[in-house]
Design a binder for this molecule. Sequence first.
Ligand code: NAP
Ligand code: G4F
Length: 344
Amino acid sequence: MKVALVTGITGQDGSYLTELLLAKGYHVHGLIRRASNFNTQRIDHLLFEGAHEPARNLTLHYGDLTDGTGMRRVLDLVKPDEIYNLAAQSHVRVSFDHPEYTADVIGTGFLRLLEAARDHMATSKAEIRIYQAGTSEMFGSAAPPQSERTPFHPRSPYAVSKVAAHWYGVNYREAYGMFVANGILFNHESPRRGETFVTRKVTRAVGRIAVGLQERLALGNLDAKRDWGFAGDFVEAMWRMLQQDRPGDFVIATGESNSVADLLDVAFDVIGENWRRYVVTIPRYERPAEVEHLRGDATKAREELGWRHSLSFEELIRKMVDHDLKLARRERALQDAGFDISRG
Ligand code: NAP
Ligand code: G4F
């Protein structure tokens, strides 16, 4: 049985990747942060078998990318064949407010993980294959379509930190012969997407507007274009990268880009409303430096990994709105029954 260690297992991608790895027969170990409340909502459905029996093939460990000692301990205990490094302060706008922390978790955090893996391999003589969650944000202001050959021009502390992590990966490949694959993933979304990212912010608002729980939606730049795909498709590419004979860097994208305004068109169309009645734009949600247009060229991934995306942009957004409409109807029913939904 193969053993995988997933950092960021409680995030959107962590939850889809864990489902995939469990279905393939892996024992999955996840690194989770200690929090003052439960933070495992996205993987709760995987933690138990039957009524109360803990899942045999899924084990969680407390840890943090800022704590190298703790990670070393987990690594020595788990002895993974594969590591998927998904943990990050992943919000671009927030990275302008907390640049040092962002760099510590993403850049230096990955360096800590690489060093822990290098030392573990030297003593155990076992090989560990490592996936690093890189991003299209690294391309920043480079013109589309962006491929593995496009030079990086990062536009935020988040993106600069991801570029650092990317090059640590390349350096450890070249210096120590380690198997490190850098994914360069374009935006991927789902009903499990965090509610502060623009797709989910919009689809949540559409659901709540439809049932009368919200009247306004405040956004930033509506002209920015992104290449939006489905997260469930994208985690398959991560796994495929670690099954290759040699490690490499791979762009994962749908090849289609749409603007935030296009996203609003599709999402509000599901409830038969015109978004212009509800949307206001405010400076608070704009970024000091914006990434205007991302559209990926995933030819290499198609040819070498045999990877394809399954959901189109419209299908994805409609799926998210359908999900969030159900959520909003539940909220509405609770409110009508006298529960204060703002405080649980
Ligand atoms: P996400 O939903 O924000 O999940 C991030 C995960 O990292 C969460 O599990 C979070 O834990 C954990 N984390 C944050 N800080 C940590 C720390 N200091 N130590 C340990 N864990 C920490 O992100 P995602 O959308 O799943 O993305 C996964 C990875 O892919 C991230 O590295 C992201 O930057 C990258 N990426 C994402 C996209 C995308 O479009 N989704 C595209 C390209 C690259 P909590 O649950 O406790 O907060
Ligand atoms: O949804 P976003 O916050 O995603 P962004 O900045 O592209 O980053 C996401 O994708 C990256 C991959 O390219 C990941 F690496 C990263 O971790 C994250 O998952 O914003 C998308 C666009 C931006 O241009 C932003 O300026 O939407 C624009 N936008 C307009 N109004 C907004 C809003 N973004 C957010 N979050 N909130 C708004 O109100």
